[in-house]
Design a protein around this ligand. Structure first.
Ligand SMILES: *Cc1c(COP(=O)(O)O)cnc(C)c1O
Length: 393
């Protein structure tokens, strides 16, 4: 392969996602004094715009960290070693969160799934019903399991906790759903929502968020684990002043501010409908190719990513290698137990319809070039749908 490849690289991984020109321009400037008045106004503006996306009126923490850091902040502020939590292992990300909880000394009860659907709220309720002494302090759910492209129904999990009359906190990882799917922190009664910049929010990796309920703040005030950098105590003041207790990631905040403006300009309902349309078109393409989706529950299809299985005996990683080398496009790989079994098409964040159809074209050419058994016509099926005005099923 020659060193130079003409044309823009297609970054169709489910995070990091493509950065809009406006976001790139917004961060391409000198840093500012993070103790000066201009910064305070920026901090307050970003918090206010984030509230709109999380659909919360409450406190939002911003950490210069990947999403993994925000996971840790949720756990260490509210839980102490030995505390019991319940987590449904719906895929690799819930698995990693569970592993972190164990390393932090928490006692983790795990509900297994086949990684082809969301968490089973009824099964969660069963565990909570049994827990008469209320030893379980928190229930963790991943809204969009990026590794499997399956959604968990968060209102159903909330209802399960309520039906069990259980006081456990509800933690939700919305890292790959925020900005892609409707998400209502306050209305759904979530205690801590975790998100990051590099998926639906169209910002480079490096910032993560925690939206925090009054109940979770109270739990943090009264206990939690030893912590320092991740401590939520300064957040209440920080949300009012817009200042941080350390040097914030100033230029990423410039980028975030612009991206949040773009989301508001497009309008969240339009943003969600666009994601639903691309996800639907991707599934039409997969069906036409004769390839199986990893998500086996149509009610749980994710809007921002689609994991597609390659036929038995055909390496998904080789397919991705061929697509990268021949067509200059990156796709997501299979994670954990799905290693080499699926490829994941990211269709979240900043994505025009022609870039999206180009993505599917790259996949269809890749299937042919890699010799993966499939039928032609996936791109055509997607185009037929997208040319119409139809909304996604
Ligand atoms: C990407 C992702 C993570 C991990 O976030 P990092 O920013 O890589 O630390 C966790 N959960 C979900 C659902 C994700 O999609």
């Amino acid at each position: 392969m020659s060193e130079f490849v003409s044309g823009r690289h297609f970054l169709q991984t489910p995070g990091p996602t493509n950065l809009p020109e406006r976001v790139l321009r917004a961060m391409d400037r000198n840093a500012i004094n993070h103790r000066g008045p201009e910064f305070g106004a920026l901090g307050r503006e970003v918090i206010e715009k984030l509230r709109h996306v999380f659909q919360t009126a409450g406190i939002i923490g911003i950490f210069p960290a990947s999403g993994t850091g925000a996971w840790e902040s949720a756990l260490v502020n509210t839980l102490a070693p030995g505390d019991r939590i319940l987590i449904s292992r719906t895929g690799q990300f819930s698995h990693l969160w569970e592993q972190m909880a164990r390393r932090l000394g928490l006692d983790v009860a795990t509900l297994e799934t086949d990684w082809r659907r969301g968490a089973d709220a009824a099964a969660m309720q069963g565990v909570l019903d049994q827990d008469r002494e209320h030893r379980i302090k928190a229930v963790c759910a991943v809204h969009s399991e990026t590794s499997t492209s399956c959604m968990t129904d968060i209102p159903a999990v909330r209802a399960a906790i309520d039906r069990a009359s259980h006081p456990a906190l509800l933690f939700v990882d919305a890292i790959s759903s925020l900005g892609c799917a409707d998400y209502r922190h306050d209305e759904w009664g979530v205690d801590v929502t975790i998100a990051g910049t590099q998926k639906g929010l169209m910002v480079p990796p490096g910032l993560s968020f925690t939206a925090i309920s009054e109940k979770a703040l109270a739990a943090a005030r009264g206990g939690g684990s030893a912590r320092s950098y991740w401590d939520w105590a300064p957040l209440v003041t920080a949300n009012q002043t817009g200042f941080f207790p350390y040097t914030p990631a100033i230029n990423l905040l410039f980028a975030l501010n612009e991206a949040l403006t773009m989301l508001a300009e497009e309008g969240l309902p339009t943003v969600f409908a666009r994601h639903a349309r691309y996800a639907h078109a991707t599934r039409l393409a997969a069906a036409a190719w004769g390839l199986e989706l990893q998500c086996a529950d149509p009610a749980a299809y994710a809007p921002g990513v689609t994991a597609i299985r390659t036929p038995d005996g055909h390496s998904a990683d080789r397919l991705r290698d061929v697509i990268l080398e021949r067509f200059n496009m990156s796709l997501g790989n299979g994670l954990g137990r799905l290693d080499d079994r699926v490829f994941r098409i990211g269709h979240m964040g900043d994505l025009g319809v022609l870039t999206f159809t180009g993505t599917l074209t790259g996949v269809e050419m890749g299937l042919r070039a890699a010799g993966i058994p499939h039928r032609e016509g996936g791109v055509q099926a997607a185009m037929n749908f997208l040319a119409g005005e139809g909304t996604a099923a």
